[in-house]
Design a protein around this ligand. Structure first.
Ligand code: ADP
Ligand code: MG
Ligand code: MG
Length: 248
């Protein structure tokens, strides 16, 4: 589904990713861990196609297409979704309208008509129930006045409504209390269906107690320096990153 080969990325002429290789198959969950500043967010932003992230070398192939040739909207249309580390607030735009606009943007890209308004209501209700999201969050402006936990839940709701094939979650766990963490994890787990793939970027292994990854990769100074299964996350919790990076 996703094949990243020898990816080099720079931001403002500063080289950050220095040769990333990663293969994600349908249904797999990959955790990307690593110390602060190792390039985790740079990798997620590059996959989502955010501007200012310059691919200097290497390829990102998603479902047979060169992702780097597509703009962020086209990537969303192809089924790539990024939940931001710091979700944006959009005053004056209701969450519901935002979701509908995003969904119709994707449908248009695929040559489909706008969703019928009643079908959209049904879809929203179904997904909100699945994620145990209070319906009143849908009427409020996007993320405005939302608590940290509500914003993250809202990210997961967006994901459920847009139904992407590749979900990239960047530090979805940061700043969450245990109840919000469990709610977000349950939401992610509810969206696992054997076909949808996830890249979970996280500094701490805590969320991985609730969402069991198939693979764990450690990113350090722009390179994947170690890969393993979910047990690697446990080792990292106990021993930190020093034994891999050589820094104590
Ligand atoms: P992580 O998510 O692992 O903490 P980042 O990808 O955010 O790491 O950052 C990796 C490196 O790139 C850091 O040294 C950071 O200072 C630098 N960096 C990130 N974004 C920018 C930017 N917009 N301009 C310049 N340097 C940046
Ligand atoms: Mg960081
Ligand atoms: Mg980061």
């Amino acid at each position: 589904m996703l094949q990243i080969s020898d990816l080099h990325v720079s931001v403002e002429d500063k080289s950050i990713l220095q040769g990333i290789d990663l293969q994600v198959k349908p249904g797999e969950v990959h955790a990307i861990m690593g110390p602060n500043g190792s390039g985790k967010s740079t990798l997620s932003s590059t996959l989502a196609g955010k501007e200012d992230y310059q691919v200097d070398k290497g390829t990102i192939v998603f479902k047979g297409k060169q992702l780097t040739e597509l703009d962020p909207e086209e990537r969303a249309g192809e089924g790539v979704f990024l939940a931001f580390q710091y979700p944006v607030e959009i005053p004056g735009v209701s969450n519901k309208l935002f979701l509908k606009t995003a969904l119709n943007g994707i449908r248009k890209y695929r040559g489909e008509e706008d969703i019928d308004r009643f079908d959209f209501e049904d879809l929203l209700e179904e997904k909100a129930q699945l994620l145990k999201m209070p319906m009143d969050l849908l009427q409020r402006s996007v993320n405005e006045g939302f608590s940290g936990g509500e914003k993250k839940r809202n990210d997961i709701l967006q994901m459920a409504v847009l139904s992407p094939q590749l979900c990239i979650l960047d530090e979805t766990d940061s700043g969450l209390d245990i109840d919000a963490l469990k709610a977000v994890s349950a939401g992610v787990n509810a969206l696992r269906d054997g076909k949808r793939s996830f890249i979970m970027v996280t500094h701490y292994q805590r969320i991985l107690d609730y969402i069991k990854p198939d693979y764990v990769h450690v990113l350090y100074k722009g390179k994947i320096v170690k890969s393993g299964d979910h047990t690697l996350a446990k080792v990292l919790e106990e021993k930190g990153y020093g034994w891999i990076t050589g820094e104590e």
